[in-house]
Design a protein around this ligand. Structure first.
Ligand code: HEC
Length: 236
């Protein structure tokens, strides 16, 4: 009788410790993770709309190194990203942390959440997403998500050396000596201050959207934007 009790205690102990690990299916979870790719990268330190999820497993909430855009609510949170935290967050982020800036309505299906959590334990844990790519569980595009392609080596005809605003238009001058005039409402000015951004001292013009008449001009810093864009009607 005494013997049996000991066995029961040990079994209960094992059940408890395995409850701390995610129990879903990693391969199915990788499919569910598609809902996250638009805003998150798995490469550590690569921040997009949301912080990198590389190394997220058991990390304290709101503490991804180098991510400076947390909402007050998440920055002030005090818990680690474990199974229980992920389960509540993925079911309904706004309900768990009121005021979070993550725009995601949640995953109602508990099975899909468990699969996703199992995937995040692997991809955001010590093993890392690169290992899952090597094992063929996920494609490489998951690592960088929707991070822009680097534009450092843009050709001269895309390198902007001056933008002159006059009336309702911009004259855009490029490093190949050409210039063209555009309606101001078809031009977006952006900054990419990370390593995917343009070389210092230049803007880079990229076609944007469906119509061929819309462009983005991307600068590497606010200083470059201020230096290269001017109100100027006499040199057009
Ligand atoms: C529309 C963009 C968007 C989508 C889609 C999205 N997220 Fe987020 N996520 C964010 C933003 C922005 C934050 C920062 C929120 C804040 O500061 O309140 C964030 C924060 C997080 C955090 C907290 C990170 C930390 O360092 O504490 C986790 C975990 C997370 N997201 C996981 C996911 C997962 C998993 C998915 C897919 C099911 C997902 N997110 C989908 C934008 C998104």
């Amino acid at each position: 009788m005494k013997h049996l009790l000991v066995v029961l205690t040990i079994t209960a102990g094992v059940a408890l410790s395995s409850a701390a690990a995610a129990e879903g299916d990693v391969v199915r979870g990788a499919q569910v993770y598609r809902a996250c790719v638009a805003c998150h990268a798995l490469e550590p330190g690569l921040h997009l709309t949301g912080p990198s999820l590389g190394g997220i497993w058991n990390r304290p909430a709101g503490r991804a190194e180098g991510f400076t855009r947390y909402s007050d609510a998440l920055r002030d949170a005090d818990f680690p990203w474990d199974v229980a935290a992920f389960n509540a967050w993925l079911a309904d982020p706004q309900a768990m942390i009121e005021g979070t800036s993550m725009v995601f309505r949640g995953i109602a299906d508990a099975g899909a959440r468990a699969d996703l959590i199992a995937f995040l334990e692997r991809a955001g844990g010590a093993e890392g997403a690169a290992q899952l790519v090597a094992n063929g569980v996920i494609s490489e595009v998951y690592l960088r998500g929707q991070a822009p392609k680097p534009i450092r080596d843009a050709p001269d005809n895309a390198r902007v050396v001056a933008m002159r605003h006059c009336g309702d238009g911009y004259t855009i001058e490029t490093a190949d000596g050409a210039h063209a005039v555009y309606w101001e409402k078809n031009i977006r000015l952006k900054i990419d201050s990370t390593e995917t951004g343009p070389p210092p001292g230049f803007g880079v013009v990229l076609g944007a959207g469906m119509q061929g008449d819309r462009y983005s001009v991307i600068f590497g810093s606010l200083a470059d934007l201020e230096h290269l864009v001017s109100e100027n009607c006499k040199d057009r």
